[in-house]
Design a protein around this ligand. Sequence first.
Ligand code: F6P
Ligand code: MG
Length: 522
Amino acid sequence: MAHDYFVANPNDTSVAIVATTTRTHTGRSGAPQKIALTLANLPKRRDNVGATWPRTPSKIDPQNPPWPAFRGYHEYSFAHATMGHRLPTILGKAIDDVIRTLNERSSEEEIIDLVECIERMEGLMTDLSGNANLRYIVDDGEADVALWNKEIAKYFQGKTFMNAPWLVAEAYKYRRLRECFAVSKYWKEYDVFFRQKCDTFSRSQDAVFELSTRFAEPFQKSPGVTEETKLERERLMFTELAQICLWGNSTDLSLLIDMTEEQIKKLQATGGEQLARTEKNILDNNLPQLWETVKGFKDRGGGRIDFVLDNAGFELYCDFVYADFLIQSGLAREIRFHGKKYPWFVSDVTRKDWNWLLNAMVYGHLFHTASDQELRSLKKLGLRWKEYEKGGIWVYEQHPFWCTGFTYWDLHSEAPDLFLHLSKSDLVIFKGDLNHRKLTYDCQAPASTPFHVAIGPMASAAGAPRVCSLRTIKSDVVVGLGDKGDEIAEKLDKEESGWKISGKYAVVSFSEGRPGEKVRFA
Ligand code: F6P
Ligand code: MG
């Protein structure tokens, strides 16, 4: 099937963004209030450009995805609002956070060092708002410097924040933010998003206790019921908790910075009725297939399941609830969690967020209006999960590849060690929107494209693991909607504009991969 789309002009550098910044109390520039976009030669979506998609595999590279990339200057895409408005706003708030820290310090040496971090952040703001070219990353000691600079040198010389593919440009902004601190003396590990991440968990009280009071006691195996009934109960629990884990992704900070507690509560409703209502919003629903696969792990003493994590706080808590069930039920014997090495896309999990959550559950005083019973249940869960970690049943890992601009089509070639590692897993669960964008090359693949086609080598390379993507839809790329997928997407476009960024819809996409085959590298 041939699909014709607008082909972005990769040489178009005519985009300029003018940011009007506010002054904070310190006189430094904070979050820009108004972003005026001057977009000369704004491309229009055109049909019939005569090209055939997808590109043949030998012509695919980060600048030329299998289907046309989304780029910041595509007004019809979420890329435009993100690059032009959301990222400067996020960066402005990050500067405000550092200023708050600065005002709390007393050591002159540390203060001077932090002032320099702020100056670098302001430099980044100028580059982002002025649509500068993507420059190399300085050697700041991170393990991904060579990977980043190789990608920039090979594919993005002379490319800007607005005309490079959105995924790369957005990731690059977070990498540059890291650089602002990594080159410092005292602030290498500073996380400008940490306060916000802790805050969302504290503001999720109802949902947190709804889950802890239900799941603190270990699961009971009811005696005297038939094997069939037991299995059916397990299936129901598996499906419910998979959905809790899925919808835990809908409240991420980068999009919902200004949400009220009421709105958060609504999104986090975890009860059975709410789940039944939202199940119809799972547009590619492979929960039954997922269960059929995972239930087979039990016969061999449980499988190894990997979670490629997304967000900290409440989403991580939901991931833990699901992972706890997988261990207790014997479906999994070992779970490996993959987080980020440094602050990433505002809410993503780092080692510090992981530790914070477990310690906040056991020792924290976050929930002032909670009952003793609620607090006890939270502590009990936290203690059990810490034991898993101590016993090596849960393992936290942070490979540098997860914080690069490469998509997972290149995981096999750019991080062969990680590919080999994942190939030994029985199931790799990718959480969230960004992971889904990276799996699918974040391009304009038709919604009818089968998921296993959209993820390329992550499904087709020898040794590719089974992959499941649990994603609430928060950006443009949508695949796996079946033969009628293009019509479904078109109908939603007409009837519910914004359906691709609202987090109301989701997918549970699944690929069988080629597990058990010997991994081969070119
Ligand atoms: O800035 C857009 C984005 O990168 C989208 O992928 C998504 O809207 C959000 O940020 C991150 O979502 P998630 O935390 O689910 O990956
Ligand atoms: Mg995230």
